[in-house]
Design a protein around this ligand. Structure first.
Ligand SMILES: [Zn+2]
Length: 227
């Protein structure tokens, strides 16, 4: 049997960092890491205390939902995590949180524009709102699959929470922090009842092209490995 220990440990380490920062809200949210070379992911189990989990509790499942390893029930959102990996070969880690300010933005159907250079470099041109669908449904997975085609790395799930992607767990975690900063700044700026300025168009495009060229490099490497 293949040893999934290191990928499962990455899921645990990332979940604990997020829980330490208060991004998961009890047993909310979920974290997955792509199993390299397989059409599979390692994902947090449903409704479990993140501090009591050990690597063997982390579920490993194929993208079609087939159970591979782990005794606990996988997160109900495994469907949309799998949808991201299938739509986006550059993504190695998916994090779904109920973080405060991105959740506040989920109540307003208003994408976060390009407010900061660093935001665009790592998250994309804007943070778009993924239309509402109930948790754990195929409908939500379908909305996510469609939305992530714009190559961004952060989204807001309408009336629910946030979705961040990254090539590695470290970068996906970094993107969670960046999203929260952008959401907090935008919420406060909207309260000021004054015009909110985005960064200049040209700077936005330069920053986004850096993200895209990094993603293309990963896609090419993977295509090369497949031969
Ligand atoms: Zn959720």
């Amino acid at each position: 049997m293949i040893d999934y220990h290191s990928v499962r440990q990455q899921v645990i380490d990332t979940s604990r960092k997020l829980a330490d920062e208060g991004f998961l809200k009890g047993t909310g949210g979920n974290v997955s890491v792509r199993v390299s070379g397989e059409d599979a992911l390692a994902i947090t189990p449903s409704n479990q205390d993140y501090y009591r989990l050990n690597a063997d509790d982390i579920c490993v499942a194929a993208f079609d939902g087939t159970h591979i390893a782990g005794t606990l029930k996988p997160s109900i959102e495994t469907g949309f995590h799998s949808a991201v990996y299938q739509a986006r070969p550059d993504v190695g880690c998916v994090i779904h949180t109920h973080q405060d300010f991105a959740s506040a933005m989920s109540l307003i159907a208003k994408p976060i524009p390009a407010l900061f250079d660093e935001q665009v470099r790592f998250l994309g041109r804007s943070v778009e709102i993924i239309p509402y669908a109930p948790s754990g449904t195929g409908m939500l997975a379908k909305q996510v699959r469609k939305s992530v085609q714009n190559h961004h790395n952060a989204y807001i799930l309408k009336n629910h929470g946030a979705l961040c992607l990254g090539p590695t767990p470290e970068r996906a975690y970094h993107n969670v922090l960046l999203l929260e900063k952008a959401a907090l700044s935008y919420v406060l700026a909207l309260c000021a009842d004054a015009k909110v300025d985005a960064i200049p168009f040209l700077i936005r495009e330069i920053a986004f092209s850096k993200l895209r060229s990094e993603q293309k490099k990963i896609e090419q490497q993977l295509a090369g490995q497949k031969g």
